[in-house]
Design a protein around this ligand. Structure first.
Ligand code: NAG
Length: 331
C-alpha cells in the first residue's frame, strides 16, 4: 500500500504548483470581479485567493481552511449569508419552505427514473455501455441520506467540531469507526490529503452508497480513502501508521461493552502518543457502567486518558451533539 510514504511529513508546505494555482485562481477571480462590476450583481468569488489579493473582508470564508487554520464558519461568514438571504428577499414562515416547481419526493423521483425514458436516453444495447459506473436508482435519489435518521447536513457539524478540536491539517491521519454513508466522512475526505482518511464499516448498503454514489458524485475518487468492510473492531487491514484522530459517531452505544474495550485496546497503539485523540459521541456507558474509578483505571491500564466532555451546536438546526475526548497518555 502506498499509504505510508508521507506519514512522517509534518507542517504546512506551500508547493510551487499550489502557488501557481493560486495565482491563476486570482486571475480568474479578477476576471469575474471585473465582469460583475458592470452587471451590478453580487459576485460570488470563492476562488482560493492568497490573502494579499483579498482586500474586502479580513478572513474569506472559503480561503482559510486549506492551510490548517480554523475550519468552521466565522461570525462574519454567518452574518454574510444572512445578509445575502435578506438582500434576496428570501423569507421563511416558521422555517417552512413554499413548494417548488414540479416538486418530487424521493419515491416519485425513483419511479420517474424507472418509468420514463426521455428521448435523450440510450436505447437497447446502447443503454448498458455508455455509463462507466452505473448506480442503483435508490442511491441516485439519495434515499441513503435518510438511512440513519439524522439530517444529512449534520455531518458537516460533526466534521467542523472534530476538525477544529484537533486543529486538523490536511496531512493528518484520520480513522472513523463506522463511517456509514459518509455523512461525516465526505468532509474529512475532501479536506485531507489522498489516502489519509480510513474507515471500518460493516454495513454493505452503506458501503455501496459510499463507493457507488458519494465518492464519485462528490468528485472525491482521487482522494483514495481506505474504507474497509469489517466487523468486530478488527483493524488489521489498516497497516501500521499512526492516527492523529480516531472517532466514532453514534457507534459505541450500539456495541457490546466488551467489544468496545477490545477495540480501544487495539486502537491505542495506532494513536499518536499525547497528541492523538479519540472522540466518542453520545455517551461512554461502556466505561461509566464500570463505575467512575474502575472506568478511569481501565482506561489508564490501556494507556488512555479521558480529557473532557464537549457539546457542539448544529449550524442549521436545533440540535447539539455530545462528545467525549480521550488521548493516548503513554508513548
Ligand atoms: C455500445 O454498444 C453498441 C452495440 O454493441 C456499439 O455500437 C457502440 O459503439 C457501443 N458504445 C460504446 C460507447 O462503447
Amino acid at each position: 500500500m502506498a499509504l505510508s510514504s508521507s506519514w512522517a511529513a509534518k507542517g504546512v508546505v506551500v508547493t510551487v504548483p499550489v502557488l501557481v494555482l493560486s495565482a491563476s485562481a486570482a486571475a480568474i477571480c479578477l476576471f469575474f470581479l471585473l465582469s460583475s462590476l458592470s452587471s451590478s450583481s453580487s459576485s460570488i468569488c470563492t476562488c482560493p485567493v492568497p490573502s494579499a489579493a483579498v482586500s474586502t473582508t479580513p478572513v474569506g470564508g472559503a480561503a482559510y481552511g486549506r492551510f490548517g487554520a480554523r475550519i468552521s464558519p466565522t461570525e462574519e461568514d454567518v452574518k454574510w449569508v444572512k445578509d445575502q438571504i435578506e438582500a434576496n428577499g428570501l423569507y421563511m414562515q416558521d422555517n417552512i419552505l413554499r413548494k417548488g416547481i414540479n416538486p418530487r419526493t424521493r419515491a416519485q423521483q425513483l419511479q420517474d427514473l424507472i418509468q420514463f425514458k426521455g428521448i435523450s436516453h440510450y436505447e437497447g444495447e446502447q443503454s448498458s455501455n455508455h455509463t462507466a459506473l452505473p448506480c442503483p436508482g435508490e442511491l441516485l435519489v439519495e434515499e441513503h441520506h435518510s438511512n440513519y435518521g439524522e439530517p444529512w447536513a449534520g455531518g458537516r457539524d460533526v466534521f467542523e467540531f472534530l476538525a477544529d478540536s484537533v486543529h486538523l491539517a490536511p496531512d493528518a491521519r484520520v480513522l472513523e469507526i463506522g463511517c456509514g454513508t459518509l455523512r461525516v466522512g465526505l468532509h474529512f475526505i475532501r479536506y485531507l490529503n489522498p489516502g489519509h482518511f480510513h474507515c471500518l464499516e460493516r454495513d454493505e448498503l452503506s458501503l455501496m452508497a459510499a463507493f457507488r454514489y458519494e465518492l464519485p458524485s462528490q468528485g472525491l475518487l482521487h482522494k483514495r480513502p481506505l474504507i474497509v468492510k469489517g466487523e468486530d473492531m478488527d483493524f488489521r487491514k489498516f497497516g501500521s501508521g499512526m492516527y492523529d484522530l480516531v472517532y466514532a459517531s453514534a457507534v459505541f452505544l450500539h456495541m457490546p461493552d466488551k467489544l468496545v474495550w477490545t477495540g480501544l485496546e487495539s486502537l491505542v497503539n495506532k494513536l499518536k502518543p499525547y497528541k492523538g485523540r479519540i472522540f466518542v459521541s453520545h455517551n461512554i456507558k461502556f466505561c461509566s457502567r464500570l463505575g467512575g474509578d474502575e472506568c478511569t483505571k481501565r482506561l489508564n491500564s490501556l494507556g488512555l486518558e479521558y480529557l473532557a466532555k464537549h457539546t457542539h451546536d448544529s449550524l442549521l438546526f436545533n440540535h447539539y451533539e455530545i462528545w467525549f475526548e480521550f488521548r493516548r497518555s503513554k508513548a
